[in-house]
Design a protein. Sequence first.
Length: 228
Amino acid sequence: MAQDQDETGAALAWYDRSHEWALEAGDPNMAASTLNMKAHMAWSRRRAERCVGLAEASRWSAPGASLGVRGMAAQMAGRGQALAVRGDDARRVLDEAEELIGRAAERPEDEPPWPYFYDETWFTLQRGMALMHLRAWPRAIEHLTAGLAALSGDYRRDRTWYRACLARSLAGAGEPDAALALALDIVPHAAEVGRPHSWNELHTTPAMLLRRAPRARRHLVAALRAEG
């Protein structure tokens, strides 16, 4: 909850406490998961090297963790590598994550209960997000579109986030009309359930439109200002 509200200090304190408790309890899945979440926090603050370091610590410090938890650590490392714009490293680790997650799906009884949401759909979306960091716009659009088509409408906040990523990717790919239409549709959702993360991500799209479509940029900026 603290992470969702961008309260970094409080979130780190809770994750540190959780990690200590997991070590005391001898639970490798929880110990690795707390490091995965700290890696996610580092990624959300655009600290690529910190994200990679924490994800790698998760991968190798808890060898008894399940395939799924190790797969989540690998995909976090891949996202960090993508954020650092190291494409070959990002693709290599993401391929490893996909293999681990696929194997985990064959034996769900071996997995802890908390990664219940993490399946092929989520991995498709997160690979799309990594491709966005690498500015591989067409492939990012392909993955984000496919993932969103399969993602339940119950995940409203998450859908808002990934749609904001898709709007940015469309703008990057030189599709300003599609980017603007999607971004305008997202604005009220981002204002209501997407603060601060989706709201902030949506603000990257006007910058992408600045040179190619200044009118579209002005339209979107006005809509964002109206929601405040």
